[in-house]
Ligand binder design. Structure first.
Ligand SMILES: Nc1ncnc2c1ncn2[C@@H]1O[C@H](COP(=O)(O)OP(=O)(O)OP(=O)(O)O)[C@@H](O)[C@H]1O
Ligand SMILES: CC(C)(CO)[C@@H](O)C(=O)[O-]
Length: 281
């Protein structure tokens, strides 16, 4: 077996956001708030004469990942890469950013690239913005907690609320292609007008601000509406995952209410960002 490294990065449930377009990708991104999730992406990277990428997400295996392929090209590397996540792709869990952060963290260790965690984050953010796969997920996922980003990019101060032991219950009705929304000027205008303009004071406040944003953004689909209504009827705090056709909720009855609509994915709130888990010589 060739040498390999296993690395991890957290996911991110964005609750509300506003795009900010800067002069370069470094000051382009979003302001907003979200939950960095303990359910994220595990990347196993190994030396290989040819690049191969396997993506295992929510039990479904695919091959290939353009953003990861681009990252390898930028680093002039070939490698065998496998990413694994219990959460489904494209459903608002920030897995594109997490897969980049986990993969780059693993490659950095495997090939002794001597990249700092900040340099890894800069490259991941650039790729996210370039592919329109995300705006603020990398900035959120470099650390843990309930995060509030008051500026775009990863060189700005991020407010993090740590030590939260709540379980976040998530339900996914289907993917929403992030790039399609981010590339729509009309949607971006409506999203900007829905933006709350402040950071949450605690987790319940975050859910409440996110729900008001979702209602005003025009993004709620009929399926999400039905699920949110059931949560309202049961006095369960819930909102829509950005950007995915999904719902996230907290509280004692959240799992029971969401389970009526399909598979429920529980996650904790991460305490930290990307890390190397194992080095296999
Ligand atoms: N776990 C993963 N492993 C490898 N590549 C991934 C992974 N998740 C996403 N990608 C790549 O990123 C692309 C865009 O993913 P997308 O942004 O839609 O998912 P997401 O980040 O989970 O959703 P969101 O950005 O709404 O939170 C995918 O088409 C895929 O090429
Ligand atoms: C745009 C976005 C909602 C996609 O996940 C996220 O990157 C964010 O909050 O900026």
């Amino acid at each position: 077996m060739p040498p390999s490294v296993v690395a991890w990065a957290p996911g991110h449930i964005s609750g509300y956001f506003r795009r900010v377009i800067g002069e370069t990708f470094r000051d382009t991104g979003s302001t907003g708030a979200g939950i960095v999730t303990s359910e994220g992406v595990i990347a196993t990277v190994a030396e290989s004469v040819e690049t191969e990428i396997f993506v295992l997400s929510d039990g479904v295996e695919n091959t290939g990942s353009p953003p990861i392929e681009y990252a390898l090209d930028r680093l002039d590397l070939t490698a065998s890469i496998t990413t694994e996540s219990k959460l489904p792709i494209g459903s608002g869990f920030g897995l594109s950013a997490a897969s980049l952060l986990a993969t780059l963290t693993g490659l950095n260790e495997l090939f002794t690239l001597s990249m700092s965690s900040h340099e890894i984050a800069i490259l991941a953010h650039e790729i996210e913005v370039q592919y329109s796969h995300g705006l603020g997920d990398v900035a959120a996922e470099v650390g843990g907690g309930l995060v509030c980003r008051t500026g775009p990019g990863i060189d700005v101060e991020v407010n993090r609320m740590a030590g939260l032991d709540d379980t976040i219950w998530c339900l996914c009705a289907g993917p929403i292609p992030t790039d399609g929304i981010l590339r729509s000027a009309g949607m971006m205008d409506q999203i900007a007008s829905a933006y709350p303009g402040r950071c949450p004071v605690d987790l319940p406040d975050f859910l409440s601000l996110s729900r008001r944003f979702a209602e005003a953004s025009g993004l709620i689909t009929p399926t999400v509406r039905e699920i949110l209504q059931a949560c309202d009827d049961a006095t369960v705090l819930a909102s829509m995952t950005m950007l995915g056709e999904g719902v996230f909720a907290i509280g004692d009855d959240a799992e029971a209410v969401l389970s009526r609509f399909g598979k429920v994915y529980p996650t904790g709130i991460a305490e930290a960002g990307p890390a190397v888990l194992e080095v296999r010589e």
